[in-house]
Design a protein around this ligand. Structure first.
Ligand code: CTP
Ligand SMILES: C[C@](O)(CO)[C@H](O)COP(=O)(O)O
Length: 232
């Protein structure tokens, strides 16, 4: 079975307030992206890794990540305006014989091999799966400063990545979304729109998406605690 990974790393990281795209910020002397790629590179199940970076970060990705750390499975692809465009570019760059694709945010470096393997196993069975965690806070739907709904917390999960799919299904879901001009903030929603059931399996609270400055402090602490499966 041919399994590919698409690593979404084409964003600007505006919420990080950094001139450097946040996926290239250093954590313990290495770029964040190094840690994410290292975990995927070390998984024998993953045949190829499509790394999607913004047009202005291609040279940086080569000089700061690919060359210094000699990743063998990584193929570099140019990202798009939105995350969905980047993932679509990545999907189109997978080899056509791909059976399963694992889509993961480059700024989630604490993903574990077990999480990735579990998502692959579930996708072989269910064709579409996301990892996530039950929310800890009570969530409110707010419109113009007014609370208009409080969904039952027992039904609410925060979805993370990896999100793993039968390749042809997610490619079709992206193509349908592009045709209708729909933009979502993750990939499972595109499959939901097709009316196809998507499974949720357990992620981990430490599988954080590094988004705002305080996440760097948390990430440093997680590093010190030994979280993550990357090569140290
Ligand atoms: N056009 C884009 C936008 C985002 N991403 C990637 O999708 C992941 C999750 O997105 P997010 O955390 O929102 O990253 P940014 O879009 O860079 O952050 P911001 O919204 O703060 O600008 C990141 O690894 C990011 O690099 C991408 O590949 N292409
Ligand atoms: C895909 C994702 O990580 C799931 O939680 C999230 O939706 C990405 O959102 P972002 O705004 O692109 O970071």
């Amino acid at each position: 079975m041919k399994i590919a990974a698409v690593i979404a790393a084409g964003g600007r990281g505006r919420r990080m307030n950094s001139t450097l795209s946040k996926q290239f910020l250093m954590l313990k002397g290495r770029p964040i992206l190094y840690y994410t790629l290292s975990t995927f590179e070390s998984l024998e199940e993953i045949g190829e890794i499509i790394l999607v970076v913004g047009p202005s970060d291609i040279f940086l990705a080569e000089q700061e990540v690919l060359i210094p750390y000699c990743f063998k499975k990584v193929k570099l692809v140019e990202g798009g305006r939105e995350r969905q465009d980047s993932v679509y570019n990545g999907l189109r760059s997978c080899s056509p014989q791909t059976d399963i694709v694992v889509i993961h945010d480059g700024v989630r470096p604490f993903v574990t091999k077990t999480m990735i393997k579990n998502s692959i196993e579930a996708a072989v069975k269910y064709r579409a799966v996301g990892v996530g965690v039950p929310v800890k806070d009570t969530i409110k739907v707010v419109d113009k400063g007014l609370i208009i709904n409080t969904p039952a917390r027992s039904t609410l999960w925060a979805i993370q990545t990896p999100q793993t799919f039968e390749y042809n299904l997610i490619l079709r879901a992206h193509e349908e979304a592009r045709k209708s001009g729909f933009y979502g903030t993750d990939d499972t929603v595109l499959v939901e729109r097709l009316g196809y059931p998507v499974r949720m399996i357990e992620g981990a609270y430490e599988n954080i998406k590094i988004t705002t400055p305080e996440d760097m402090i948390v990430a440093e602490a997680f590093m010190n605690m030994g979280y993550g499966d990357f090569k140290r």
